[in-house]
Design a protein. Structure first.
Length: 132
C-alpha cells in the first residue's frame, strides 16, 4: 500500500520538476519552503490534511510561502495533472493577498482554479504555436 523510498523520491521529483519551472514564473519573489509527505499530514499549526493534494500557508507581509505536498496523492496522476495541481497550489500563494484582506470563504479555491486554468492554457497555446 505504501511507497518505498525510491518510489517516494521519484514522485517528489515529478512535483519538483514542475515547481522549478512554475515558481519562477508565478512567485519568483517569494521565499518558499516545501515539505513532502508520504500521505496525510499535519502542518506547522497542527491542522490535519487527509484528502488534500497539498496545502499552502503564505505570509504576504514577507512574501513567504510554505507548501506541504501529499505525495501519495500524485502516484496515479498524469504529468499534466501533476503540473495543473502544482500551478493550482502556487496560485494559492498569489491569492493570499485577497484572503489577507478578508474575502468570502470558498473564494480562494475559485480564484486559484481560474488562475491555474488561464496560466496552463497560455503555456499550452505557446507550445502549440511553437510546434507549427
Amino acid at each position: 500500500d505504501g511507497m518505498n523510498d525510491e518510489q517516494f523520491e521519484a514522485q517528489c521529483e515529478r512535483i519538483r520538476q514542475h515547481l522549478n519551472w512554475w515558481k519562477g514564473r508565478l512567485i519568483a519573489n517569494y521565499e518558499t519552503v516545501y515539505h513532502f509527505h508520504r500521505g496525510p499530514y499535519k502542518d506547522e499549526d497542527d491542522q490535519v490534511f487527509v484528502d488534500a493534494s497539498a496545502s499552502v500557508k503564505t505570509d504576504v507581509r514577507y512574501l513567504r510561502s510554505t507548501i506541504h505536498w501529499n505525495v501519495a496523492d500524485f502516484v496515479d496522476r498524469s504529468d499534466d495533472d501533476v503540473r495543473e495541481r502544482v500551478v493550482h497550489e502556487l496560485c494559492h500563494a498569489l491569492d493570499a493577498e485577497l484572503r489577507a484582506q478578508g474575502s468570502v470563504k470558498g473564494g480562494k479555491e475559485r480564484v486559484a482554479t481560474i488562475l491555474q486554468r488561464i496560466l496552463v492554457g497560455l503555456v499550452d497555446d505557446a507550445r502549440s504555436t511553437d510546434a507549427r
